[in-house]
Design a protein around this ligand. Sequence first.
Ligand SMILES: [Zn+2]
Ligand SMILES: [Zn+2]
Length: 347
Amino acid sequence: MMKAVVVNAPMDYGLKEVEKPQCPKAGLVIRVHACGLCGSDLRTLRNGHRNVTLPWIIGHEVSGRVCEVGPEYEGEYCEGDMLAVAPLVYCGKCEFCQRQHYELCENYRELAQAWPGGFAEYMALPAEALRLGTICLSPDGLDPAVAAIAEPISSCINAQEKGQVSKSDTVVVLGTGPIGCIHIALAKAKGVKCVIGADVNEDRLAFARLFEADHVVNTSEVNIVEEVRRLTDGKGAEVIITANPIPETQVQAVEMAKKGGRVLLFGGLPKEQSKPGIDTNIIHYNALQIIGTTTMAPRHHRRALELLAEGKLDGEKLVSHRFELSQFEKGVELAFAGKVLKAVFLA
Ligand SMILES: [Zn+2]
Ligand SMILES: [Zn+2]
């Protein structure tokens, strides 16, 4: 038996004794060390999830040590290896996978959805995930709590790569929750000219300051479009990243872009609000690039772990709260209240 957080129904979850996972014939079992709490976990706890059949064990930002090896496992990992586990599992067969555009896989599945997740003492890693997924050896000496959160960082790396963020750019990050702060940290690590963080919430703006955004703007007090123009000699910013679910943000992003600028739509919008009324003439006449971006490919996960191990990204700063798995409810409550940048649970 093992301890795991079981989600029974929306807003009904808790620590339970459950059956320890069996080792998949060609897979592995890890003894989970850490599992990060993601915004999407909070949504699943609140509303359930279309790909999750309750009751279920969620948690998809995981690190842990291999403790069991299936008899038919053919991969490179051995008992005792510390692995960083991100949840994506690609099909390897669709046209996008064939071209290594794994993040667009037509049949991708996720750990913690199609297989049980990591808010538990043990987690099984199926052969598919080990073969065509986002599971890496955690670099030597990297804190397991930090290795676990390589997953959200990976998606941000993919986005900034697509947006060709470079040293001469001013980068505006709209929304400074965990994802926004990762974007700020990545842009700073790249050495861009200037990073502007904007949010309506003072707690989240404090996070942006912690990650050393050059300017922090409270958008409930200041018109962000005018402020960005003021800070850029009237020209606007080269790169704008939307990292919140607010439609108006996408409208503003286009309005604050420099001619030829790139707008990265990182945060999705609620389904019924996804036509925000962008002035497309601005896109046309200012030759803007609007770039949609989602998830990541395996190489982004490897890159995230490298950046963390090299200290170019301060993972310890990102992990603002650590809890024992038995304190799951307490951690989730704090996260729902918006007091947490990134909570990690140690099993
Ligand atoms: Zn996540
Ligand atoms: Zn595919």
